[in-house]
Write a protein that binds this ligand. Structure first.
Ligand SMILES: Cc1cc2nc3c(=O)[nH]c(=O)nc-3n(C[C@H](O)[C@H](O)[C@H](O)COP(=O)(O)O)c2cc1C
Length: 186
C-alpha cells in the first residue's frame, strides 16, 4: 500500500479477532510510533502491550475501578467492563509521559504522544493489522493508572485495540472545504 492510500484509507475496526500482530509487525509499529514529530526530542510517551491473560487482568482492574467509584455499580455494567479488553487479541495502552520543559508545554507533549499512537495505528494498517483507538472512562481513572503502574506525571491517552477485522466499514467522506479556510488573500 502506498503512503497516500494508507493515509486516505485507514479505518477503525471495532470488532477485532485473532491474530494479534506478530513480533515483526509490532517492531515496525513501535518504530513508526517513535518517528512521531516531537518538539525537543522528548519522546513523551510509552506503551504497555497487553495480550492473552493480561486482557483478563485488565478487565479485572476495570471492575475494581468501577466498584471503587460506585460500590453499587450494577452487574451488567461490571460485566461489560470485565469483558471490554477481550474485544481484541491485543491492546496497546498508549501513555503520555509529561515532564516540565522550558520550551515544550504539556499540550505539545500530549500531541506528540497522540502522533505516536497514530503512527502505531497507521503502520499497523499498512501491514494488514486492524485497530481502533478507544478511551472511555477507564482511561481517566486513578485506580486504573495505579494498577497499570503509571507515574504521577503520566496519562493514558488511549487503549489501542489490535487484531483482524472480518471486513472494513465504508470510508467516511467528509467535505474538505468545510475544514479549510483561505486566510490573508484578497
Ligand atoms: C483520543 C481518542 C479517543 C477515542 N475514544 C473512543 C472510544 O472510547 N470509543 C470509540 O468508539 N471510539 C473512540 N475513538 C474514535 C475511534 O478511534 C475512531 O476514530 C472512530 O470510530 C471513527 O472511525 P475512523 O477512525 O474509521 O474514522 C477515539 C479516538 C481518539 C483519537
Amino acid at each position: 500500500m502506498n503512503a497516500i492510500d494508507l493515509l486516505l484509507k485507514r479505518v477503525s475496526s471495532p470488532v477485532l479477532e485473532e491474530p494479534a500482530p506478530s513480533p515483526e509487525q509490532l517492531d515496525l509499529m513501535y518504530r513508526a510510533a517513535l518517528r512521531a514529530p516531537d518538539h525537543g526530542g522528548m519522546r513523551p510517551y510509552r506503551f504497555l502491550q497487553i495480550e492473552g491473560e493480561g486482557r483478563e487482568k485488565l478487565g479485572q482492574v476495570f471492575v475494581e475501578a468501577a466498584l471503587k467509584d460506585d460500590v453499587d455499580c450494577n452487574e451488567a455494567e461490571l460485566d461489560k467492563l470485565k469483558n471490554a479488553p477481550l474485544r481484541a487479541p491485543m491492546i496497546i495502552v498508549a501513555i503520555a509521559t509529561l515532564n516540565a520543559h522550558p520550551k515544550v508545554p504539556e499540550i505539545e507533549q500530549q500531541l506528540a504522544a497522540g502522533c505516536a499512537a497514530h503512527g502505531l495505528i497507521l503502520s499497523a494498517f499498512a501491514q494488514g493489522v486492524d485497530a481502533i483507538w478507544r478511551s472511555g472512562k477507564m482511561a481517566f481513572n486513578p485506580w486504573v493508572n495505579q494498577r497499570l503502574g503509571l507515574e504521577a506525571n503520566e496519562q493514558i491517552i488511549g487503549f489501542i485495540y489490535l487484531g483482524k477485522a472480518r471486513k472494513h466499514k465504508m470510508l467516511p467522506c467528509p467535505a474538505v472545504g468545510e475544514f479549510v479556510q483561505l486566510w490573508g488573500k484578497a
